[in-house]
Design a protein around this ligand. Structure first.
Ligand SMILES: Nc1ncnc2c1ncn2[C@@H]1O[C@H](COP(=O)(O)OP(=O)(O)OP(=O)(O)O)[C@@H](O)[C@H]1O
Ligand SMILES: NC(=O)c1ccc[n+]([C@@H]2O[C@H](COP(=O)(O)O)[C@@H](O)[C@H]2O)c1
Length: 274
């Protein structure tokens, strides 16, 4: 029987996944090992949420292809799946809103669970105020904790001016939690140390050290494809076959959105994280 103080966790990864790589999948595995090793968490699910076309990042191909590739890549996993809610929104959705949406889904699923389980139904619901200050939200302790899973480059992007709203960072980390995988070229511990805001919420940031340095990136995969180089073993085979079948990623596709001067995600002010 599971101990009362083991928290169920759902990991949510947001990104372009342009295309999904083996490293994206590996992130989930090492994050789960790390959290479960603490003896405090049990990771029950992983969700991949590809960004929508409204993100307008240079070289971003259509969401339908990115979602399908992510589906093919996760077919063999019994705990990681793809969710297309974010990618099907007409406009780009800030990550804090994506996290909120998925938390809402977990709450609804738990409520439906309660409705069919009469024993649970009679049980007094353990709804407690979240310790996150300034929040009027409540946390239902039966609902798994949702944590945002990202690479260290995303954590460090919190410090790029005009990229993230302060309140969004506080909400994501203070209210939900962050699992950050080290990536060569980034030093998440130093970054957290240098930011008063991240330092304040440091207990909610789980830094996972990836000892097998892995520099697979979607940029590298797209570049290899443009140059007619093999991408095999960087991505799951079904994704390689899908890319070949649909002739994805070319010099032309890399120019998509190249003329967008200010993408929607670059419009915020006062986003410095220090
Ligand atoms: N090699 C890696 N190590 C650690 N994290 C990674 C790695 N590759 C991707 N990630 C993380 O996966 C998430 C989704 O990444 P994204 O789709 O932007 O992939 P990417 O490979 O960084 O893309 P691009 O090269 O197009 O910028 C992000 O949180 C990113 O930090
Ligand atoms: N203010 C924000 O919420 C904000 C800003 C920049 C990127 N993001 C997200 O971070 C992820 C980054 O993906 P890329 O590294 O592929 O650009 C995307 O999911 C994007 O939506 C969010």
């Amino acid at each position: 029987m599971e101990g009362r103080d083991i928290t169920k966790v759902v990991l949510l990864a947001c990104g372009s996944f342009n295309p999904i790589t083996n490293m994206h999948l590996r992130m989930f595995e090492i994050a789960r090992d790390h959290l479960e090793d603490t003896g405090r968490y049990r990771v029950v699910r992983g969700i991949i949420s590809p960004v929508g076309d409204g993100y307008k990042k240079k070289g971003l191909i259509e969401a339908c292809h990115r979602v399908e590739m992510a589906r093919l890549a996760t077919d063999s996993s019994d705990w990681i799946s793809v969710d297309s809610w974010e990618s099907s929104q007409p406009e780009w959705v800030e990550t804090a809103k994506v996290v909120r949406h998925h938390y809402g889904e977990l709450v609804t699923a738990e409520q439906n669970n309660d409705d069919v389980d009469t024993v649970k139904y009679a049980k007094k619901r353990r709804i407690e105020d979240n310790t996150f200050e300034g929040s009027s939200h409540q946390i239902n302790r039966d609902v798994p904790q949702l944590m945002l899973l990202c690479g260290a480059d995303v954590l460090e992007s919190f410090g790029i001016p005009n990229l993230w709203k302060q309140e969004d960072i506080v909400e994501i980390i203070g209210r939900y939690g962050l699992v950050c995988i080290t990536r060569s070229g980034n030093d998440p511990h130093k970054f957290i140390h240098q930011s008063d805001m991240l330092w304040k919420y440091r207990k909610n940031i789980h830094v996972v050290h990836e000892w097998v340095t892995n520099e697979i990136s979607a940029t590298h995969v797209r570049r290899a494809l443009r140059r007619g180089r093999s991408i095999r073993y960087l991505l799951p085979d079904p994704v390689v076959w899908y890319i070949q079948e649909h002739n994805l990623y070319s010099a032309e596709s890399e120019q998509k959105n190249a003329d967008v001067v200010l993408a929607p995600f670059q419009r915020y002010t006062g986003a410095s994280s220090s």
